[in-house]
Design a protein around this ligand. Structure first.
Ligand code: AMP
Ligand code: MG
Length: 430
């Protein structure tokens, strides 16, 4: 079989995920403002993995998403072994002075000591060496004096002291890692230890990023009076990269329906999902929402969240499109809160919750009921400090921040020292 034939066989065996349903972004009728939790619950219920499966060697597995549970091929440790450098014997050792004849030779990690240690005798043994026949206990070398072919130490010492049991960490046949996990450096150590050389992983989710707006121009170019630089595209591409997906730059289009249609067609042909920014509301120049509506698979999600105007969620030629607000602050918050878990589901990672913790507020704030709020914030001296301005056009605040403070939907009066929920960027995996 040539390598090509092999690839074809593998491709044929790959499970092909079913397409997403056209109504996957439909909201219950009559809903006005959708609470954040309801929106998330809908995404969780409707989206499923769209990526196929491939097998990669451990050297290529970092950051990839396990497609199946991985079963340990071998126990860790495979055999009982010494946890310290010292002297091995059959334990336990009683109270008081212990003296034992010392055998010739030694057991070392990777060594070939095959003898048996007779009852009442001791053998020099090094960390990691498999326990020879007749040894189940090791006395630490620092606690021993060696003289005239004998060792001496003070007991007592429990049986199996300083020894590791075979399989005390992982037993062969057990699940070493569960499907949907994104492989970490530590996971590579575990997989290697339990005898795994290659793993079944999801293909990497390709996510396109498209900016929309007549006012936008390329960073670094000369900008006309009415123009602003496209700040969202570099940010969104970078966020996707940090989330472990394959970002695809779909460029920038003006507020022109035909150009946008062509860009979405082009994007849908090469990616698994698309993030657009701008043009997602219901205004005259909001062509993203207009086109998705035209395609018959669009929903305006009026989510009760601040910052963030409506999200336009839809399918374009079967590919999910997340129409983010144009405002960079809202675009980033909506990406982290809504697109991140949605993309994780598509990528086969299952549902991901941000890792948050409650810390005292270094601020006072009153908030009205109705919308969940996210403040750009950072932690200093164990307290949550918000950015001085809540203006959603303040990109410097995004850059200043090291995470978000999440304030619940209801009415609230936060006083200094009250616990607030802080989600560091790392809690979003970025
Ligand atoms: P829109 O959602 O298209 O109404 O845009 C909302 C605000 O975000 C407007 O002030 C836009 O100029 C701005 N905006 C839209 N896209 C971007 C972008 N890619 N980079 C920076 N600002 C943007
Ligand atoms: Mg616009």
């Amino acid at each position: 079989m040539s390598p090509d034939d092999k690839n074809e066989t593998r491709a044929a065996a790959m499970p092909v995920p079913p397409p997403l349903r056209n109504d996957c972004f439909a909201l219950p009728a009559g809903v006005e403002w959708t609470p954040v939790d309801d929106a998330l619950a809908l995404l969780r219920e409707r989206l499923h993995p769209v990526c196929g499966v491939e097998t990669v060697p451990l050297s290529d597995a970092l950051g990839r998403v396990l497609a199946e549970d991985v079963i340990a091929a071998r126990s860790n440790p495979p055999r009982a072994n010494a946890a310290v450098d010292g002297y091995g014997f059959a334990g336990p050792a009683g109270e008081g002075a212990q003296v034992m004849p010392l055998l010739d030779g030694r057991a070392a990690a990777g060594g070939d000591f095959t003898g048996t240690v007779p009852e009442g005798h001791a053998l020099r043994i090094l960390t990691g060496a498999a326990l020879p026949e007749g040894v189940d206990t090791v006395v630490l070398e620092e606690d021993v004096t060696v003289q005239a072919g004998h060792i001496a130490f003070h007991g007592p010492l429990k049986q199996r002291a300083n020894a590791r049991r075979a399989g005390e960490d992982v037993v062969a046949g057990d699940v070493a890692l569960h499907a949907a996990r994104r492989i970490t450096p530590a996971d590579l150590a575990l997989l290697a230890a339990v005898g795994i050389g290659e793993v079944p992983v999801r293909t990497v989710l390709r996510v396109g990023v498209l900016s929309t707006g007549d006012e936008l121009t390329e960073p670094g170019s000369d900008a006309g009076a009415g123009q602003i630089y496209d700040a969202n595209r570099p940010m969104l591409l970078a966020l996707l990269e940090r989330m472990g997906h394959a970002p695809v730059d779909l460029g920038r289009v003006g507020d022109d329906r035909d150009a946008l249609r062509a860009a979405l067609d082009d994007g849908a042909a090469q990616v698994d999902a698309i993030l657009t920014s701008g043009g997602a509301s219901a205004g005259d120049e909001d062509h993203v929402s207009a086109l998705l509506t035209e395609a018959g698979a669009m929903q305006q999600w009026r989510i009760a969240v601040k910052p963030g105007r409506p999200l336009a969620l839809g399918l374009w030629q079967g590919k999910p499109v997340f129409g983010l607000p144009g405002n960079p602050v809202a675009a980033m918050v909506c990406t982290l809160i809504f697109a991140r878990p949605a993309l994780a589901l598509l990528a086969g990672m299952g549902w991901v919750e941000p890792q948050a913790f409650d810390i005292p507020a270094a601020f006072e704030k009153r908030k009205k009921p109705g919308r969940r709020e996210y403040l750009r914030a950072r932690m200093r001296d164990g307290q949550a400090e918000p950015f001085a301005s809540e203006g959603s056009g303040r990109i410097s605040g995004l850059s200043w921040a090291e995470g978000l403070v999440e304030l619940p939907d209801g009415e609230l009066h936060v006083r200094r020292g009250d616990p607030v929920r802080f989600i560091p960027w790392g809690g979003f995996g970025i």
